[in-house]
Design a protein around this ligand. Structure first.
Ligand SMILES: N[C@@H](CCC(=O)N[C@@H](CS)C(=O)NCC(=O)O)C(=O)O
Length: 311
């Protein structure tokens, strides 16, 4: 029998270890070669950035040969089209787990990132909605506030993105995205509480109702927060739910501020720059991202005042 062994070395989160961490890790899977192409999955780990992959084929007992191949990092997922009011609805409350999102919503993106980071692509079905032509069954049967995200799990609905990311992290398999260290947990609570103030300061500035100084102070808060733990470039040192709570917003704020105000949010903020660079390497997150130009176009329509006063 011909078997193929695929191994990787790279940055990963091992689910078997309680230590939340970004470190070099190696693992391998072996399988026989069917005629069809095969997908190598590493069940005990989530690959956080591009791994070095090695493939080795063994033909019988003695012969071994290295095989070169183009291997995609992480999971390749074909994203379903957003459901409109005229689309066929999913069979609700049939025991399946579904995450209702909008591809444009940063709150929904938080939950989507957690789903991907934990390798739950097959356990949690992604159900995108078109918010401009929202299916009526969504408000009637899923979420009476008519907002995304919502999670349908065990025939119950969970809502609110910050609650949802913690729920998914605690109630599903996959690497833990929340540290055990009490000092880190305490700081995480502070940072979760700050997300609304952060977003509000920046949105007010974009709307023309706030000041650049207040928005700058919000980014300075982030810069200071990123220096609290020295064991990594993330908010709690190692990658966690806190990074996931902020990433979808910073992903939008950065290109928009640069485009309409020529304002580089990373200027004089080296930790924020390093954090963005690290987040850019995260495959689970990257699979939820949109082209920055799309964000800029959406924000230009949403915040016309700052565009007309652009420097
Ligand atoms: N606090 C909520 C906010 C969710 C939210 O505002 N979602 C927006 C899309 S980004 C939405 O569904 N808006 C639809 C509406 O307000 O009708 C959360 O964190 O989940």
């Amino acid at each position: 029998m011909t078997s193929l062994k695929v191994s990787f070395r790279g940055t990963a989160l091992p689910s078997s270890s309680p230590q939340t961490s970004r470190h070099h890790f190696s693992d391998s899977v072996t399988f026989s070669l069917p005629k069809k192409s095969v997908i190598a999955k590493f069940p005990n780990s989530t690959i956080l950035c591009h791994p070095k992959l090695r493939l080795q084929a063994s033909f019988g007992k003695k012969t071994r040969a290295s095989v070169s191949a183009i291997v995609a990092t992480g999971v390749q997922e074909v994203l379903p089209p957003a459901l409109t009011n005229s689309s066929v609805p999913p069979t609700l409350f049939d025991g399946n787990t579904r995450l209702y999102v909008s591809y444009t919503c940063p709150f929904a993106q938080r939950a989507w990132i957690v789903r991907n980071c934990k390798g739950l692509e097959e356990k949690i079905e992604l159900v995108p909605l078109d918010l401009l032509d929202r299916p009526s069954w969504y408000k009637e049967k899923v979420n009476s506030t008519n907002k995304v995200p919502s999670l349908e799990h065990n025939n119950e609905i969970k809502v609110e993105s910050l609650d949802l990311i913690r729920y998914i992290d605690s109630n599903f398999e996959g690497p833990s995205l929340f540290p055990d260290d009490p000092a880190k947990r305490e700081f995480a609570e502070e940072l979760f509480s700050y997300t609304d103030s952060f977003n509000t300061s920046v949105f007010l500035f974009f709307k023309g109702d706030g000041t650049e100084a207040a928005a700058g102070a919000a980014f300075d808060y982030i810069e200071t927060a990123l220096s609290k733990f020295e064991d990594g470039p993330f908010f709690l040192g190692q990658f966690s739910l806190v990074d996931i709570a902020y990433a979808p917003f910073i992903e939008r704020f950065q290109p928009f501020a640069l485009d309409v105000k020529k304002l580089d949010i990373t200027a004089g903020r080296p930790r924020l720059a390093a954090w963005i660079e690290e987040m850019d390497k995260n495959d689970a997150y990257n699979r939820t991202r949109r082209d920055p130009k799309v964000h800029v176009e959406i924000y230009k329509k949403r915040f016309p005042v700052i565009c007309s006063s652009a420097s």
